[in-house]
Design a protein. Structure first.
Length: 143
């Protein structure tokens, strides 16, 4: 019940993000989520795509340095308090969240969040036992 996140190092100068997104576009790779963490010299793009294997091959061929991390894609109702419920469940079960960011969806009344936690297996167990819907890699093509 995890999805593959690509973390890509990109130089922090004008036009580099455009070059990166052009590589994805030219290879028909659909980006589902994006988060950027920056330093003065480079940025780390965390992306979720429809085909992580194809994207990693294409990006490596284009000279990008990247890593692949398993993260949780959590579907929650798009209403006040839903995010808080997830955070509390993880906290109550002593699961630390390293970072989180939003995920795009075409489904009405649904929000999707990416969670990087210290223990995926424990988090999956806690969330599923509490009726929280997690997506797997294969479901990304349908979103």
């Amino acid at each position: 019940m995890t999805v593959k996140q690509l973390s890509v190092f990109v130089e922090n100068t004008p036009g580099k993000l455009a070059e990166f997104t052009d590589v994805l576009f030219q290879n028909n790779i659909d980006m589902r989520a994006l988060s950027i963490a920056e330093t003065p010299d480079f940025g780390i793009l965390r992306i979720i795509v429809d085909d992580a294997y194809q994207a990693s091959c294409v990006l490596k061929d284009a000279g990008y340095v990247l890593s692949i991390t398993k993260v949780l894609a959590v579907a929650i109702p798009d209403e006040p308090g839903s995010f808080s419920k997830i955070i509390k469940l993880l906290s109550e079960n002593e699961i630390n969240i390293e970072y989180t960011y939003a995920f795009t969806t075409r489904k009405k009344n649904q929000a999707l969040m990416i969670f990087r936690v210290q223990n995926n297996d424990k988090a999956i167990d806690v969330l599923t036992k509490n009726g929280i819907n997690l997506l797997c890699q294969d479901q990304l093509a349908d979103i």
